[in-house]
Design a binder for this molecule. Structure first.
Ligand SMILES: *Cc1c(COP(=O)(O)O)cnc(C)c1O
Length: 397
């Protein structure tokens, strides 16, 4: 953990916990690294659903080509913050009102999920145009991944054979401008697997376009770059991914490739900080009960993993009775909810963990607070801290 982060955490009062701390400087460095690894012909969108905190988005806005949103709520949030940024609007079940909103907001790309959706779009456009990508559920298997959304029955996108009726609609309506295809098949794919997938997608897309006499100029290959919660230091290999995309694009001229990662961009900048309320033993096993829980950080429950954490020892113990502790044993870290599912980390060996110690859960910057069931049990919400970036050096003339 960075010294400035540790310093910030140790200055928090007990009443300030639990708290989310977002390391904005780390986020900027990471975003810069990702952008630098990608070839020029690859556009980078950030999938706002991973974490749409305004200050995170402001940092990212300097390094991405635009944002991908998946609801009317995200659309108005992002459009409100960035009146001029390109926005792609995807996701299943877009309502009449959301499609109207998309037309009003002038989104740069609409990702069409079904023929019906395309038809609804034609009823809201009036004399406006829409730039669309057809989302395809290709029969490609990305291998063992965390969250498969394609290559099998799924509510996402169109089957290849269903594209034809969409093409007919587009051919008959000059307001609908087909810009290309969108393929987001899965989450949790490592760089080599993602490159294989990208290659398969482009081969398929080119064959499809040739067969339909379409000039293919854009393919969005989605997000899903792997984040390994068991190995926090093993980041997705952006350098290898970028180099591979560079080689791939050399074989596909006049094609703009777009990616829209979420988790791999913001997961690492977020920390969920809390304290140990109690350490107890049950049927021979040690449990640490923490302030807060999965109603603030649902990620480990949703993905069934151990959230990586660091213990920050607090040496003062103000009580007159012995301090509850676990020593050189495996501890299960749970929250305050009255459900056995409120587990943040299961059976993790610790050297020492005591009531009053602080815990900093890492990798809590994506699909963390915003996917959690905040209202359950009516505990107070965490505070949010943004570790600011260093002031910019005075510019040298
Ligand atoms: C969720 C989602 C993303 C982002 O996925 P990550 O795993 O967070 O990178 C991108 N595109 C689509 C269509 C999605 O549904």
């Amino acid at each position: 953990m960075k010294p400035e982060l540790l310093d910030h955490i140790s200055k928090l009062a007990g009443d300030d916990l639990p708290a989310y701390v977002y390391d904005l400087r780390g986020l900027r460095e990471h975003a810069r690294t990702i952008r630098a690894a990608l070839p020029e012909r690859v556009e980078l969108l950030y999938a706002a659903k991973a974490n749409s905190d305004p200050r995170l988005l402001r940092v990212l806005a300097d390094h991405v080509d635009g944002f991908e949103v998946a609801s009317g709520g995200e659309l108005s949030h992002v459009r409100g913050l960035f009146p001029d940024m390109p926005i792609a609007f995807g996701g299943p079940g877009k309502t009449h009102a959301e499609l109207t909103q998309a037309a009003d907001a002038g989104v740069s790309r609409l990702h069409i999920e079904s023929e019906h959706e395309l038809r609804v779009l034609t009823t809201v456009l009036g004399d406006r145009t829409a730039d669309i990508l057809l989302r395809v559920n290709l029969p490609l298997t990305p291998g063992p991944v965390a969250l498969a959304m394609g290559g099998r029955p799924s509510p996402f996108g169109l089957e290849p054979a269903q594209l034809d009726s969409c093409l007919a609609l587009i051919a008959g309506d000059r307001r609908l401008r087909l810009r290309g295809l969108h393929v987001h098949l899965a989450s949790g794919i490592q760089a080599p697997g993602h490159l294989d997938l990208a290659e398969d997608i482009l081969i398929w897309a080119r064959g499809w376009a040739q067969a339909h006499h379409i000039e293919l100029t854009e393919v969005n290959i989605g997000g899903g770059m792997a984040v390994d919660y068991a190995h926090p230091n093993q980041l997705f290999d952006w350098a290898a991914f970028g180099a591979g995309l560079h080689r791939l694009l050399a074989r596909h001229h006049n094609l703009t490739l777009r990616i829209e990662p979420g988790r791999s961009v913001t997961a690492y900048c977020g920390w969920y900080i809390t304290e140990v309320l109690d350490v107890k033993r049950s049927h021979g096993e040690a449990f640490a009960v923490l302030r807060g829980g999965t109603h603030h950080l649902r990620t480990p429950a949703a993905r069934q993993h151990n959230q990586p954490f660091q213990i920050i020892p607090v040496d003062t113990w103000p009580r007159p009775w012995p301090r509850p502790e676990a020593r050189r044993e495996a501890v299960t870290l749970v929250g305050q909810l009255c459900t056995p599912k409120d587990v943040l980390a299961h059976h993790v060996p610790v050297r020492q963990l005591r009531s009053g110690d602080r815990i900093a859960f890492a990798m809590a910057g994506a699909y963390a607070w915003n996917i959690s069931h905040h209202a359950f049990l009516m505990h107070p919400a965490p505070a949010f801290h943004h570790l600011d970036e260093a002031p910019l050096p005075a510019s040298v003339p």
